[in-house]
Design a protein around this ligand. Structure first.
Ligand code: MSP
Length: 511
């Protein structure tokens, strides 16, 4: 058994979650479920980033005290994850006093070690991204992901000596080629690290912003939201001295979107290095989900799909499947209602649902619903058996690389192959031939056992539907990973008919 620690971004809780948030969380959840199925001791962390200017502003606009505002939204994130079958083991909130204590302790240690100093800062500040930005990053006077241009600010700030860690970070990236995946993001950061990166402003004066963790030695300042938020990856493990930290931290993988790549490399790697925390094992960086207009999906642009509405309309498992299958992790891609519906109708209803429905219907029709014992396997069954036995290893290797789209594609290729097997073995013809009864038993058993194996392989992606399938196959609801051929469905037991994925008649979509 080995420990595995996976984190989602700690979301700003200034609104309800949108599909972009669900994209990261569903990936992290599916990876966690696969690793757990494969026998690892897994911790999945998500949470709420509750401090900072963005939240303070949103609370003001909602005419609520920040604490009340974040409480309400943190709950709506928790509820959303429940409805999307994202099952975190821990939900960290940055307003939690235990977290604040860790932040204060880290600040104090760095200050005492001379890693933090006070200076005046003047620069362009993006409120949307909660950070100072450089001219080079601006397109038409603003960050592409922002609605408003940055504002000019001059104020005393505490600075963390980030630049001092630049050479170390560069070497780390060079020595650990798979630290940041996919590789284009590693290359982007390596390039950045060739030039000075400067020091990091880590405080805000309270007269401008008082919604944050106080700087322990100076009541005139609160902690910068990113310095606070990044530490929420370690505080829930009981950093620095609890066993959970020692157990889980060495395996940590952060799942993030590409817009927060710099904070998770320059900021976080230098912070951990200065604090004596080992660097993360891997950073999995996603691209962006785009709306049907081809722009980054966002609440403010109103070009997004509401994840909870989509889950209600198409089913939560269809949504989860589409999110990982449609857009390869690391790249940008469009997920609209039309796309979800197409995945439902084609992959899930026509391929997987159809395979299950026809197999179960034939088992009912020709064997009264009783699982037959297989007789002599021929070459085409042997090929299916080998494939089924190999798939868990293939899928898991892809999951380790966060290539979830390819992982499910492998299973869906198997599904397609089985549909071909139904056609070529023609059980309906075998049923008419009294000499082919043994052969029919073998074909039906092979299909039922292969379906059982598929229910194990796809359970992390579609837990609800795969449990439903297992119910129809008459096996335990709980999936079993890496079950050798012949240990799934049991001859003599009963199966039932059912439709797993009802097709949606091609509705008209504005998108
Ligand atoms: N609070 C910070 C993260 C702190 S982690 C220590 C934050 N929060 S966020 O709520 O704004 O964004 C969280 C994540 O959602 C980011 O990884 C971001 O990339 C992701 N997404 C937001 N919109 C997205 C898309 N349209 N597509 C894919 N992911 C996107 O940043």
């Amino acid at each position: 058994m080995s420990y595995r620690y996976i984190t989602t971004p700690i979301y700003y809780v200034n609104d309800r979650p949108h599909l972009g948030h669900a994209y990261a969380s569903v990936h992290a959840d599916i990876m966690a479920r696969y690793l757990r199925a494969a026998g690892h001791q897994v911790l999945l962390l998500t949470g709420a980033d509750e401090h900072g200017e963005k939240i303070a502003r949103a609370a003001l606009q909602a005419n609520e005290a920040p604490q009340v505002f974040v409480e309400r939204h943190a709950q709506s994130f928790k509820e959303a994850w429940r409805r999307l079958a994202v099952k975190p083991d821990m939900f960290v909130r940055t307003t939690n006093p235990a977290h604040a204590r860790v932040v204060s302790d880290c600040l104090t240690r760095l200050f005492n070690a001379g890693d933090i100093y006070l200076a005046d800062y003047e620069g362009l500040y993006s409120i949307g991204q909660e950070r100072f930005v450089t001219e080079k990053e601006l397109v038409d006077g603003k960050l592409p992901e922002d609605k408003e241009p940055p504002v000019l600010r001059r104020e005393p700030n505490y600075f963390f000596r980030m630049e001092a860690h630049r050479e170390w970070m560069r070497q780390l990236l060079l020595d650990t080629p798979d630290l940041i995946q996919p590789v284009q993001y590693r290359n982007e950061i390596l390039k950045l690290l060739e030039q000075p990166i400067g020091d990091l402003s880590i405080s805000r004066p309270v007269d401008r912003l008082d919604w944050g963790i106080p700087i322990p030695w100076d009541a005139g300042h609160v902690t910068y939201v990113w310095f606070d938020a990044l530490l929420s990856y370690v505080s829930p493990l009981g950093y620095p001295d609890q066993p959970a930290f020692a157990d889980y931290w060495p395996s940590v993988r952060h799942v993030i979107g590409k817009d927060i790549l710099r904070t998770h490399t320059l900021f976080w790697l230098s912070m951990t290095h200065a604090l004596g925390i080992a660097p993360y094992q891997r950073l999995h960086v996603s691209g962006h989900l785009l709306g049907s207009d081809g722009r980054k999906m966002s609440k403010s642009l109103g070009n997004g799909v509401d994840p909870l509405e989509a889950a209600d309309t198409y089913g939560v498992d269809t949504l989860r499947y589409t999110l990982i299958r449609e857009v390869s992790f690391g790249f940008d891609g469009i997920v609209s209602n039309a796309v979800i519906e197409q995945r439902l109708n084609r992959d899930l209803a026509d391929d997987l649902g159809n395979l299950a429905a026809r197999t179960l219907a034939m088992a009912m029709k020709y064997r009264g619903g009783t699982v037959p014992a297989p007789k002599a396997y021929e070459a085409r069954e042997e090929a299916i058996i080998d494939w089924s036995n190999e798939l868990p290893g293939i899928v898991l290797a892809l999951v380790e690389e966060m290539k979830l789209s390819r992982a499910v594609e492998q299973v869906m290729d198997f599904v397609k192959h089985l549909n071909g097997y139904v056609a070529s073995s023609a059980p309906w013809a075998l049923a008419k031939d009294s000499n082919a009864s043994d052969q029919l038993d073998t074909v039906l058993y092979t299909l039922l056992e292969a379906l059982c194996s598929i229910s194990n392989l796809l359970h992390p992606v579609m837990p609800g539907k795969m449990e439903e399938l297992r119910g129809l196959l008459g096996v335990s609801a709980e999936a079993q990973w890496n079950l050798p051929w012949g240990h799934g469905v049991r001859p003599g037991t009963q199966v039932k008919e059912g439709i797993l994925f009802p097709k949606r008649p091609g509705a008209e979509h504005p998108d």
